[in-house]
Design a protein around this ligand. Structure first.
Ligand SMILES: [Mn+2]
Length: 198
């Protein structure tokens, strides 16, 4: 899996409350985007705690990951967070989140959108049932915080001939950054395997 991340602090701020985590082995690829409540140092502390916890729990079932993060974030101001796991045996993309970190999945024929369940991780959380999407190599996953304008749509990404996740992430940041909040966009893509030469 290829990942591209673009991250910017609120103008004039040295700390960023948005962060992203990725993990990959033969069975799964995991992506998580966190938005610490508000911005500045306390938001950055929430993000740091979430990143540290994710290191220990990246192999857990998705609902356990959310619960563990909720517990770990209790001493902080809290955060919005969305986790996506691509299960490589089935290419099912499993997504779960609390708060408004959004995901879009651009496939050849359809754009899927995911919104987190209401709540603030570490403060209060609703039930979040994971949602499943069928992934096909070449489909593009975009996960982003509310520092990116809500008008953003990943619908056109599928027309890019040789998509480069890093370039896509920085283009989204340039064009859709609000500037009134920290902003982060993570782009992930499994490259379709090339046809075997005989
Ligand atoms: Mn935010």
């Amino acid at each position: 899996m290829q990942f591209g991340i673009s991250k910017r602090s609120l103008y004039g701020s040295s700390s960023c409350g948005d962060d992203a985590f990725t993990y990959e082995d033969d069975e799964r690829a995991l992506m998580a985007v966190v938005d610490g409540l508000g911005h500045g140092r306390r938001a950055a502390e929430s993000a740091r705690v979430a990143m540290q916890e994710l290191n220990d729990i990246a192999l857990f079932p998705i609902e356990d990951i959310i619960q563990r993060l909720h517990n770990a974030l209790k001493p902080t101001v809290g955060a919005a967070l969305t986790v996506a796991i691509l299960h490589k045996s089935s290419y099912k993309l499993e997504v779960c989140g609390i708060g408004n970190v959004q995901m879009q999945l651009a496939t050849a024929d359809k754009l899927y959108r995911f919104d987190g369940a209401p709540g603030i991780l570490g403060v209060y959380r609703n039930q979040c049932r994971p949602r499943f999407f069928q992934y096909h190599p070449g489909d593009i996953i975009v996960i982003y915080t509310d520092g990116i304008k809500s008008s953003y749509s990943a619908a056109k990404l599928h027309y890019i001939l040789h998509p480069n996740p890093r370039r896509i992430a920085s283009n989204i940041m340039q064009q859709y950054r609000r500037g009134t909040d920290d902003a982060l966009v993570l782009v992930a893509l499994e490259t379709p395997s090339l046809p075997q030469t005989p």
